[in-house]
Design a protein around this ligand. Structure first.
Ligand code: URA
Length: 205
């Protein structure tokens, strides 16, 4: 897409949207979290990735996918031949949900109500960026994008028409790869994840 006057307006609209999201109180998760973690990347990106929610490090940094799952994601993207600086990366839920345990904050899964409350933001991001291909990283992202419960193993590896327009691809969440105890299985699953990213990127032509 050419960087035209329209492109400039989209950038300004995205910045206004991000600013608005900083004060989001659509659900209760804003209160214990440090800050809203909004999407990141060029507004004219053709490829968008959607995660679950920020983790501990993302909550502190204010940026998506910078912690351990983010490092796994970065490595897989690079291996798939995708330059992260050219893609838009966001989350289904924009505040970190956690249980305090001593000094630590333990990730807890967003529920359907929280995903639904936050969907408004991702709809706005999608309407501005208009990605040709959107990759859902894990079941929460798939649920957010499709508005229904998704079984990853059943819907992985095929193009799915998104209600918002564009094409959707479903794969696992990178933090799933970090939790596989068996080394050989972890390597297989990682390779499959890289292939999913490569396939989705190849749809751009
Ligand atoms: N996991 C996610 O789903 N998103 C992030 O930004 C970080 C970890």
């Amino acid at each position: 897409k050419a960087r035209t006057q329209i492109g400039g307006n989209i950038q300004a609209a995205w910045e206004a949207l991000r600013e608005e999201a900083m004060g989001c109180k659509r659900c209760h998760l804003w209160k214990p979290a440090t800050q809203t973690v909004f999407g990141e990347g060029p507004v004219d990106a053709r490829l968008m990735f959607v995660g679950e929610q920020p983790g501990d490090q993302e909550d502190l940094a204010g940026k998506p996918f910078v912690g351990p799952a983010g490092q796994m994601f970065d490595r897989a993207l690079a291996q798939a031949g995708v330059d992260r600086s050219t893609v838009y990366v966001t989350n289904s839920v924009k505040h970190f949900k956690f249980e305090p345990r001593g000094k630590r904050r333990i990730h807890s899964k967003p529920d359907a109500g929280e995903i639904d409350a936050c969907r408004w933001w991702i709809e706005q991001e999608t309407a501005l960026v208009k990605p040709q291909v959107t990759v859902a990283l894990g079941a929460t992202a798939a649920r957010s994008l499709l508005g229904r419960t998704v079984t990853i193993s059943r819907e992985r590896g095929q193009a799915i028409a998104l209600p918002s327009g564009g094409e959707g691809w479903i794969t696992v969440h990178p933090s799933y790869l970090l939790r596989i105890p068996d080394r050989a299985k972890a390597e297989d699953e990682y390779a499959r994840f890289v292939e999913d990213l490569r396939t989705a990127a190849a749809r751009l032509g």
